[in-house]
Ligand binder design. Structure first.
Ligand code: 6DJ
Length: 651
């Protein structure tokens, strides 16, 4: 069982308590190297932990998720702190609302969970740029995750704000943080810069003191560059890996002390355009039981995955550029919607063989809701709102500038130029050196010509008269969160070439789409005056009300192609119905207004609007399907749940 709960008091009282509470200095969490175990307050202790990322769950749902983790038999929760989530601009910090880290620590304490905290600065996590802020790339030569002075200056500045916030929450100070990770799988990174790792370890010691247990985590191939003297070495691996071999390798770095798997994979991530990932219950439970039999401490990654709302997904590059999907369900024991799964009960059964499980039932699945189909109406074409989307007007430059150079971190930017000569035959438009990062929607005088895509589609053909307007809308699909090239600049990285001519004299419009959706679209007058452009990315919307309390639901977008969704101004995330495997977007009940109040949903469709612009809200997710046709789920008479999909007009 986890130790007595630290005082669940407002964090401002905690520092005071560390002075007053005599027991604060008797609290300890240490490595007992003589007996290969942890000691908590002097007693043998093993943690069975799960990962939950507060930044992927609305704050109002934190307590629910943490309770379910505790009731599953866990005694600790592990989570990252994404630097870019809290420092949106250099020196500007945000710890409010769903970014209130102290509130999350307090919720974990209330749920009787100890905390294993991983502040980075790099966190990977399939999160945008692995948690590093994009504004670091405003210095294009910066060498991320190294002892580059520019990088270390930014890291020091950030940690001098963050780490003092953690100090009162350290276990020996009366809080619930028992250990803190330095960097993340550093051994998998090309740099292998021990000066950098020593700098981080020194900074953590200076700001957190010498009692907190600091550790590293690496895959077996990364231990050489990822481990550091003075930091406790741990590994990560999944159910298909050879536990015996990996723990034997770990013993070369930690001959004594408890064995620790800091990321035991209960599932896996999804990429747009790839198959949905799952891990079998039998394999996951067997691996956990084998580790617990060895006396190892284990953190299950993920125990609850949550959602990449907004533009927060990261990406990988394995030949193709692979953006992570909006859903971070991860086939985890607690589903994206917060529901206990059969995998959870199976894991709970394993844990019960080794330690006490809290009495009482798991909370039931949350109420779910179906609604629709609803028909959306045209609000207007993206490019007809430029005056609102880019109120300060365009940035002018001979050559195109990156998102980072114009200080636009996420979303969309319009690049505009004018043809200097008539192109009377279909002529190739391309961008050298795979320079479209990441997708480009090309228009001539407002008429959609097609898409260019990083690594995949490098050219299209167009015609136009001298003076015609060439618009290229660039979409940032999320910066690489893993791999060697973490300086993932976005936008047009090279001047596009039309035929033999490199196009110059560019206007860049950084588009504040979220502000437009949040503040302008309630005004009906916009609709008629901004619907005149002939085609291109388009806003559609509708309003709807929910009788009664409603419930969690899953937005289904049959026939739509790719775009972004907002509900009541909240950026729900990306959809890419054409690619899959995700076909629905999770809509947490707290985002919706109930009892007849009006809700609004807005789509920005980037490619093709279906002949019947409809959406539905289903009572279950579809995460493993690529539908090239248009389906509508109708309520089946008996069960009030979707029957088999009925195919509508072909799409
Ligand atoms: C071969 C895998 C190397 C990349 N590491 C991964 S993929 C899923 C997880 C998360 O990204 C996690 O943040 C990483 O620490 C480890 N890991």
């Amino acid at each position: 069982m986890a130790p007595k709960k630290p005082p669940c008091l407002p964090s401002l009282l905690l520092p005071l308590l560390t002075l007053l509470l005599p027991q604060a200095d008797t609290r300890s969490f240490i490595v007992d190297r003589e007996n290969d175990r942890f000691l908590l307050d002097g007693a043998p202790f093993r943690y069975v932990s799960g990962s939950l990322h507060y930044f992927r769950v609305p704050r109002v749902l934190w307590a629910d998720r943490l309770l379910k983790m505790r009731m599953s038999g866990l005694n600790a929760v592990q989570f990252y702190v994404p630097w870019n989530y809290h420092e949106p601009e250099p020196g500007v910090y945000n710890f409010n609302g769903s970014r209130d880290l102290t509130a999350f620590l307090n919720e974990a304490s209330i749920a009787d969970l100890l905390v294993i905290l991983r502040p980075g600065p790099y966190i990977c996590a399939e999160w945008e740029m692995g948690g590093l802020p994009a504004w670091l790339l405003q210095k294009p030569e910066i060498q991320l995750r190294t002892s580059d002075p520019d990088f270390l200056a930014a890291v020091d500045s950030w940690f001098k704000v963050l780490l003092p916030k953690l100090y009162p929450w350290l276990y020996h100070n009366g809080g619930n943080i028992i250990s803190i990770q330095v960097e993340n799988e550093y051994g998998s990174y090309k740099a292998c810069d021990f000066t950098y790792m020593r700098h981080l370890a020194g900074l953590f010691r200076a700001l957190l003191g010498d009692r907190i247990l600091l550790f590293t985590t690496d895959g077996p191939e990364g231990l050489k560059c990822g481990s550091l003297q003075g930091l406790y070495t741990t590994v990560d691996f999944g159910p298909a890996d050879n536990m015996t071999e990996i723990f034997a390798l770990l013993r070369k770095y930690e001959p004594h002390g408890p064995l620790v798997n800091s990321e035991y994979y209960t599932g896996w991530l999804d990429y747009w355009g790839q198959n949905h990932s799952t891990r079998s219950i039998s394999a996951v439970t067997k691996g956990l039981e084998n580790m617990l039999k060895l006396g190892a401490s284990v953190n299950m990654y993920m125990f609850h995955g949550g959602t990449n709302f907004g533009y927060w997904n990261g990406a990988d590059e394995k030949g193709r550029f692979l953006p992570i999907t909006t859903s971070y369900d991860y086939d985890a024991p607690i589903s994206e919607a917060g529901d206990p799964t059969p995998k959870l009960f199976a894991l709970r059964n394993v844990i019960s063989k080794f330690q006490e499980i809290p009495l009482g039932p798991l909370p039931p699945p949350s109420p779910k809701m179906m609604l629709g189909p609803l028909t959306l109406h045209l609000d207007g074409y993206l490019l007809s709102f430029l005056d609102i989307l880019c109120p300060h007007g365009p940035i002018r430059s001979i050559l195109p500038m990156t998102f980072e150079a114009v200080k636009q971190d996420h979303g969309f930017m319009l690049y505009r130029t004018y043809l200097t000569h008539t192109v009377s035959e279909p002529t190739q438009l391309w961008v050298p050196n795979n320079g479209v990062h990441d997708r480009a929607y090309v228009m001539v005088d407002g008429v959609f010509q097609g898409v260019l895509e990083r690594n995949m589609k490098h050219q299209l053909f167009l015609m136009g008269k001298m003076g015609a307007k060439l618009d290229i809308l660039l979409e940032n699909m999320g910066r690489l969160s893993f791999g060697s090239n973490s300086s993932d600049f976005k936008g047009l990285l090279e001047p596009p070439v039309l035929g033999q001519t490199a196009l110059t004299q560019w206007l860049m419009f950084p588009l504040k789409v979220d502000k437009l959706v949040k503040w302008w679209f309630p005004l009906p007058l916009l609709r008629s005056s901004h619907a005149q452009a002939p085609s291109g990315p388009t806003f559609y919307s509708t309003t709807f009300s929910i009788l009664g309390e409603g419930g969690d639901t899953f937005l289904f977008l049959p026939g739509w192609t790719k775009g972004q969704v907002w509900i009541n101004g909240f950026n729900l995330g990306r959809y890419w119905t054409r690619q899959g495997p995700q076909q629905t977007l999770y809509v947490p009940r707290p985002l919706l207004f109930s009892r007849g109040a009006l809700n609004k949903i807005t789509l920005l469709e980037l490619e093709n609007v279906p002949s019947e612009p409809q959406i539905q809200f289903l009572d279950r997710p579809i995460l493993n399907s690529t539908l090239h046709k248009t389906y509508i789920y109708s309520l089946s008479a008996d069960t009030q749940s979707p029957s088999e999909p009925m195919e509508l007009s072909g799409h």
